[in-house]
Design a protein around this ligand. Sequence first.
Ligand code: TDO
Length: 182
Amino acid sequence: MSSTTIPTIQIPKCEPGIGKLIFQPDSTDLIEGVRIEPHPIWADDRGYFLEIARLTQGLGADFPPATTQVSAALTYHGAIKAFHFHLHQTDLWCVTQGMFQVALVDLRPDSPTFGLKNTLYVGQLRPWRILIPPGVGHGYKVIGITPAMLVYLTDRLYNPKDEGRIAYNEPGIAYDWELQHK
Ligand SMILES: Cc1cn([C@H]2C[C@H](O)[C@@H](COP(=O)(O)OP(=O)(O)O[C@H]3O[C@@H](C)C(=O)[C@@H](O)[C@H]3O)O2)c(=O)[nH]c1=O
């Protein structure tokens, strides 16, 4: 997280598709450095409660209190935000409302999982926090019929120079954003 090594970024040549589906937090198909932490949703007759993260525990353990930023993004049904990546910043995502199709791709040629794509369906129906290290391309599509809310921690304050963007339909990544009819 506070590593000073800046990843080299390279667009891989992926097979078209959604990559490896992640159905278990400890899946061996996860991109190197990506981590998942299931969390409870406490539902009752008033609504529900959930914890976004604890800075000293779990996936938030290494987030420095002095520079951690907490952000929220509400995204409309069907919208895609992808692909973004960071050179220094680590993200910790927690979905508070709705469902996301999260797409990850390893852009680090020095990584053992370079070029690997992961797809995770997360949110109210699968409450998982996701840690995304620098050099891992990330994005999402809102699935379901309602807008969805992502609340996330970053280990440093917003710096647009740290963020890179790759088109959602970049041919080298060849991510299939369509509904997977089968
Ligand atoms: C991310 C961010 C944006 N902004 C501003 C810049 C801009 O005017 C406006 C909208 O910014 P963006 O279009 O970059 O927002 P957005 O596309 O939601 O960016 C976010 O997307 C998700 C998927 C991520 O991975 C995040 O790391 C971040 O890249 O908000 C901040 O002031 N602080 C921030 O931390």
